[in-house]
Design a protein around this ligand. Structure first.
Ligand code: ATP
Ligand code: MG
Length: 357
């Protein structure tokens, strides 16, 4: 396993063009040894490019990559000691499942007993044990992808296992179980796992660190909790969470308060240094509740819709022309009229030009 440093990396696929387009804008970050990372963002934002730069399939236009402080920028993929799992299965059809899983070990002269031990352990984790002697081509698409995954996990000595949307072809139930298995593998073997996905649930349930990307930019890295509670841009607030964060156009009113729709909302932010009028107040629907005995940060709303979503209710309400969403427990009584919602100051995020202040 290795600590991986990406230092001032950027990439353009057309660097010699008079107007090069940057698939990745300059960024630096460190992936610590043994952690689980997810690279999350919409299609085309540069996730695969970032992963391929680490594995060596793409050489960055600028910047250096270091594994345990050793510069590997000029090393080929095969010399980087990386395991990579792609979106679609890559298997050897003429071999058995066992031979497929053993292949990375055979290439590195592992002993027969060590190979047996590793292959059996990975096959057990991935529910492939009863297929070990079957020809790999006879397996379903799901199972073939498990073999690809298994080949990535079979070596304990890799710098990192890089996975690019590896569970796309896997059905949802199995996906859930596999993500849990991957977590267990990470905890047991301390393998650095990097997982690319455009699905926030997948990222939030798998990783302890999430790298959120948008249009070639790393917009935030943090734990699921940090991304949920303190999104540092409105994009992250919108992209993470279901429903998306409530975001209201606001007017600053004092050093710690804003007005939305003529209602004063106190925040814990210092608003004394605002430079523009492009201010938004962000608040998660999870933190907005029906008011009880609070006497400030109250908004009067007209409830438009209440959806029963199993373990909670989602209220959609109007405050003038603004729509506000609040998630409440199943048991919450929602009055028919004169509904007041409470917006807790400590949960308010204030954005200037879409960046958290
Ligand atoms: N080989 C290539 N040549 C030229 N442009 C490319 C190449 N690969 C990717 N791009 C462009 O670089 C940008 C980032 O692409 P990338 O594949 O890294 O995105 P992604 O986040 O992995 O998307 P997806 O979720 O669809 O897989 C996109 O605009 C894409 O069109
Ligand atoms: Mg991709």
């Amino acid at each position: 396993m290795a600590k991986i440093d990406l230092s001032n990396i950027s990439h353009s696929y057309n660097p010699n063009d008079p107007n090069p387009v940057f698939a990745l804008n300059p960024f630096s970050m460190t992936w610590e040894n043994g952690n689980r990372y997810a690279i999350l963002g919409p299609s085309g934002c540069g996730k695969t490019t970032m992963l391929n730069i680490v594995s060596g399939l793409v050489r960055p236009s600028a910047g250096r990559i270091l594994f345990d402080d050793k510069d590997v920028t000029d090393l080929k993929t095969e010399d980087r000691n990386i395991a990579q799992v792609f979106q679609f299965p890559v298997i050897y059809n003429t071999m058995t499942v066992y031979e497929n899983l053993a292949f990375p070990l055979k290439c590195r002269d592992f002993s027969k007993s060590k190979t047996d031990e590793r292959v059996n352990s990975v096959a057990e984790t991935l529910n492939l044990k009863s297929f070990l002697n079957s020809p790999a081509r006879k397996l379903t698409a799901d199972q073939k992808q498990l073999i690809s995954l298994g080949r990535g996990l079979v070596r304990e000595d890799v710098a990192a296992v890089l996975m690019d949307e590896p569970l796309t072809v896997i059905d949802p139930d199995l996906k859930f179980r596999l993500r849990r298995n991957l977590k267990e593998i990470n905890e047991q073997y301390k393998t650095t796992l990097v997982y690319v996905t455009h699905d926030q649930n997948e990222a939030m349930t798998f990783a302890d660190n999430i790298i959120v990307m948008s249009e070639g930019e790393v917009v935030q890295t943090g734990s699921p909790k940090e991304l949920f509670e303190r999104p540092n841009t409105t994009f992250v607030g919108y992209f993470i969470g279901s429903p998306a964060m409530n975001l209201f156009e606001s007017e600053p009113s004092s050093n710690d308060s804003v007005k939305i729709n003529n209602t004063l909302i106190k925040t814990n932010s210092n608003l004394s240094k605002l430079k523009t009028k492009n201010i938004k107040l962000g608040i998660r629907s999870e933190f907005i509740k029906i008011a009880k005995n609070q006497n400030e940060n109250l908004v009067e709303v007209n409830v438009q819709k209440v959806e029963d979503l199993g373990n909670y209710k989602l209220i959609t309400a109007k405050m003038g022309s603004l729509t506000i969403k609040s998630k409440v427990t199943r048991e919450t009584e929602i009055p028919n009229q004169n509904v007041k919602l409470h917006i807790p100051a400590e949960k308010c995020c204030v954005y200037e030009d879409n960046k958290l202040i």
